[in-house]
Design a protein around this ligand. Structure first.
Ligand SMILES: C[S@@+](CC[C@H](N)C(=O)[O-])C[C@H]1O[C@@H](n2cnc3c(N)ncnc32)[C@H](O)[C@@H]1O
Length: 401
């Protein structure tokens, strides 16, 4: 985001760049497509976003309390299984109750436990949040099985459009983005990327599955994205800015503290097929140094990555000069109408000819893309065997000049 007031005054620009970067404003009704101009609805989205961020934070606390080995010797309780027991027994199962109690009683140990323990004022509150979290998990993991095929997929998709905002993220999302960027290099040879808007980078905080406390909380996606851009010859490390926007302040705080800290990221050994290994083994080396599973990010790269709180449904950046926008595992949280808002705000951020990469290939994203002058120019499924069978999607839009 460039400071337009300083255009033409390089010294002033240098002095004020830090202040001006990340300018965010509310989207006005007039600049939205006509059928999205509804002030009351936008106000409701603000409220529901606040509730969803809150619920997402509490989901993480519950998952952590059920699984962490840091504060108790009690065996971990798998949240999905616990949801089943909760529903069948019609009450808090004993193993979950023991863990919630241990979580509250134990002395906080480590960054996750300390931050989450500070949110909980008593066990009764945690039990209420447990029940709320289990309700969603039961619907997703068990009630959905009463349907099959497309009906089941639609049922789960509708649940995601109402659930709390998880900040879950891991290394696999970078692979889909990398694949999309390979497509971009083939489709538009000579593309140069200097400014990237990354929507919803997330934070590996306390996932529902595979909680791993050997690595501290981290947000890998912005650095993996920068690394892919440089590795594929799309960007130069010393001339790349990745502006991250996220509705969760915890994500923003983490990212803005990264450059002033140890600037280390940690990968988990993730076996997979040869193409995955090719991606995974080189990850971090184009922009930084890699020793085994540890990536050291150089200062100049880290300083090119900043973060701001922004709700992509109701807000937008002031300058539309981005070459690329990326949003993975974010759009699935929005219904079809909300998707129109997100795409309108993202289209506004791009320069003419700029690209938007995401992994939500539903008809509404295609339709909104066309309506907003940012049609999808490529879409594909990415299959990779990384620690299991995974399918992801890549959709590439291009803002027409
Ligand atoms: C599931 S995480 C995905 C993280 C990462 N992009 C990935 O693919 O691994 C979704 C992220 O999007 C953010 N998010 C959700 N709704 C948002 C909104 N309306 N505006 C901006 N960020 C949002 C969440 O806070 C969270 O950090």
């Amino acid at each position: 985001m460039r400071c337009s007031r300083a255009a033409g005054y390089p010294i002033l620009l240098a002095l004020t760049a830090g202040l001006c970067r990340g300018q965010i404003r509310e989207a006005t009704l007039e600049e939205l497509p006509e059928r999205l101009r509804d002030a009351q609805w936008l106000a409701e989205i603000e409220q529901s976003t606040t509730r969803r961020v809150r619920d997402g934070e509490w989901d993480h606390v519950v998952y952590y309390a059920l699984q962490s080995r840091r504060f108790t010797e009690l065996p971990p309780v798998e949240p999905g299984e616990s949801a089943w027991q909760w529903k069948k027994q019609g009450r808090l199962p004993d193993d979950a109750a023991a863990r919630l109690h241990a979580f509250v009683a134990a002395r906080a140990d480590g960054p996750r436990h300390a931050a989450m323990r500070a949110m909980v004022w008593d066990e009764a509150q945690l039990k209420l949040e447990y029940a709320r979290a289990m309700h969603f998990l039961y619907e997703k993991e068990w009630a959905s099985r009463e349907r099959e095929g497309a009906a089941r997929r639609e049922y789960v998709a509708a649940l995601y459009q109402r659930r709390g905002h998880s900040t879950d993220t891991d290394v696999t999302s970078g692979y889909g983005v990398h694949t999309g960027l390979e497509v971009l290099t083939a489709l538009r040879p000579g593309t140069r990327i200097r400014r990237v808007l990354l929507v919803g980078p997330g934070l590996d905080w306390a996932p529902r599955m595979s909680l791993d406390e050997d690595t501290p909380p981290q947000s890998l996606q912005p650095y993996a994205l920068a690394d892919s851009l440089v590795r594929l010859g799309l960007a130069a490390a010393d001339d790349l800015r990745v502006d991250c926007v996220d509705v969760n302040p915890r994500v923003v705080t983490y990212l803005n503290g990264f450059a002033g800290g140890a600037r280390r990221l940690w990968l988990r050994e993730t076996p997979g097929d040869s193409e995955w290994r090719h991606y995974f083994l080189a990850l971090g080396k184009a922009t930084g140094t890699r020793k085994g599973m540890e990536i050291a990010v150089p200062s100049h790269v880290a300083k090119g990555i900043g973060a701001w709180r922004m709700n992509v449904l109701t807000q937008r950046v002031t300058d539309g000069d981005y070459d690329l926008a990326v949003a993975t595992n974010v759009l699935l949280y929005f219904n079809d109408r909300e998707l129109g808002l997100a795409l309108a705000n993202i289209a506004h951020a791009l320069r003419p000819g700029g690209h938007f990469l995401h992994n939500e290939p539903r008809p509404a994203s295609e339709a909104w893309g066309r309506e907003l002058g940012m049609p999808a120019v490529h879409a594909r499924t990415v299959h990779f065997a990384a620690g299991g069978e995974f399918f992801d999607s890549v959709v590439l839009h291009e803002l027409r000049k």
